[in-house]
Design a protein. Structure first.
Length: 326
């Protein structure tokens, strides 16, 4: 039987609890923060980090950076998001239009060539994130398509090799599978685009990304939809930066919600910070205009925080501006 036809642990507990209550038995069955623990702890961790402000002789900050040969208004980007049932058919193009107007870039995951081209046509710089398919031919075809259509980079979210979680239901295992270092090295050697390994949460994977020739990594727990209780990205980031920060570009996403969060991610060593769920919320708030407003506000808040901490440009952001209360 296919795993998607089986009830999940949460569903079994829920049905069992309902039946027990019908039988007059009051039993507390709890999974704790089974599906939300990673995001909860990520928020808690970020909220323990405070800043050491400087107000004398401060200089108005310049937030601009160059990433993958594109100049961006700020070191923030749209992480790859998935189409959800409540989103319109034009969701990806709407995000692209907003990203183009606010001077950022976006990652785009699952989707066909036509959708990819439509997003690129908005003027937004696009990074194509290819799934870790079991079929190497499919992977190569996706990478070549990204090259042909003008993506600024390409990558793979290795954390989806074992499928993706919908609640606690594992899906997509038939088409996806673990990728070997030699296979990734061969793939990277055959593309002209910068290659990104997304889903790195430990030093070992970061070291392997360096060895196989990746241009960048994204420290990401995929908002916990690939592995439950995976380490929050912000917690994993500093150790990875210590090992890989001088050898490739380290990006981070998952759990960041504001410009102040972005400043914390940058201070922990990331070159840029990605936003996923906030993008979905902004899209539902006001379509492409909502995306533009969100990223402009994040950039403005980041600029304010940089100025207050004495960082006149992105290169000056470092751990010294942080104070942990834990």
């Amino acid at each position: 039987m296919d795993e998607e036809q089986l009830p999940t642990i949460a569903e079994i507990y829920s049905i069992g609890k309902e039946n027990l209550e019908r039988a007059g038995v009051k039993l507390s069955v709890s999974l704790g923060n089974y599906n939300t623990a990673t995001s909860i702890e990520s928020r808690k961790y970020l909220d323990t980090l405070f800043f050491r402000p400087h107000f004398i002789d401060t200089v108005e900050a310049d937030t601009s950076i160059t990433l993958f040969s594109r100049k961006l208004k700020a070191p923030i980007f749209c992480s790859a998001v998935s189409a959800l049932p409540f989103m319109s058919k034009s969701w990806a193009v709407d995000i692209g239009r907003g990203i183009a107007k606010c001077g950022s870039l976006m990652m785009l995951g699952i989707g066909g060539s036509d959708e990819l081209q439509s997003v690129i046509d908005t003027g937004a710089p696009v990074i194509k994130i290819v799934k870790p398919y079991r079929s190497s031919d499919l992977i190569y075809n996706k990478v070549r398509d990204a090259e042909t259509r003008g993506c600024v980079a390409v990558g793979m979210d290795i954390d989806h090799a074992l499928g993706r979680l919908n609640g606690d239901r594992l899906e997509g295992t038939a088409m996806r599978g673990p990728q070997r270092s030699e296979e990734l090295k061969q793939l990277i050697s055959q593309t002209k685009l910068p290659f990104i390994i997304k889903g790195v949460l430990n030093v070992s994977d970061a070291q392997k990304a360096i060895e196989i020739g990746a241009s960048a990594i994204v420290v990401s727990n995929h908002s916990a939809n690939s592995f439950l209780f995976g380490l929050p990205s912000a917690m994993a980031l500093p150790a990875i930066v210590d090992v890989a920060g001088k050898k490739l570009t380290v990006l981070v996403d998952s759990g960041f919600a504001s410009g102040i969060d972005a400043l914390k991610g940058l201070a922990l060593g990331a070159k840029a910070v990605g936003f996923g769920f906030p993008v979905v919320a902004a899209l539902m708030a006001d379509g492409s205009r909502g995306i533009e407003l969100l990223f402009n506000q994040i950039a403005a808040q980041l600029k304010h925080g940089m100025t207050a901490t004495g960082c006149s440009n992105v290169a000056e952001i470092n751990k010294s501006i942080l104070f942990s209360v834990t």
